[in-house]
Design a protein around this ligand. Sequence first.
Ligand code: TZP
Ligand code: MG
Length: 219
Amino acid sequence: MVRISNEKMRELLRVYFIMGSNNCKKDPLEVIREALEGGITLFQFREKGKGALTGEKKHVFAKEIQSICKKYNVPFIVNDDVDLAIALDADGVHIGQEDESADRVREKIGDKILGVSVHNLEEARKAIAQGADYIGVGPVFPTKTKEDAKEVQGTSLILSLRQNGIQIPMVGIGGINAENASEVVKAGADGVSVITAISLAESPFESTKQLVMTVNECL
Ligand code: TZP
Ligand code: MG
């Protein structure tokens, strides 16, 4: 395996759907199927927070989603749980600032995709130096999905990271939907990552299609 190219990474970040079982009101497997059918470009398994599955149940659920993603040829990324990512031979791992350091994770996962959440220029530079393939920047807009989310940044952090020479593939996160997604991409992100805009949508399929259309129009 070789590290993913920046060009390919940017393509994958266009509409990056993140989900765990507790982000859905209907059957999560149906939600992921609709999101894939609607055209998501990357998926992150984020099973955490109240009511989240653990242990064997988490493993089995992750594996089910992974196999659906494979059918659509959409890479499957695991949030936080490096051991699970390795056990499932996932396509990558996403970590935050509170998790194991990016260079340690890079050592463990070899050439798999590594994403790191950053909230300022210093964290972005460090993530790049430690081997991140992409960075997640946010929260761009107010969100209720992550209880311990940092201060809302608007699109100005994305803009200022780009102005300060940060060229790594970058995705915005937090409160993003089809109405505001274009602002995120216009500020310099390669795409948008969303949870509830798809997971709680009346039609995850339609909601995904709208996000895909909006992002593609800006690129
Ligand atoms: N990190 C920063 S904001 C956020 C995460 C995981 C939650 C995003 O969820 P939503 O529903 O798309 O606002
Ligand atoms: Mg984390």
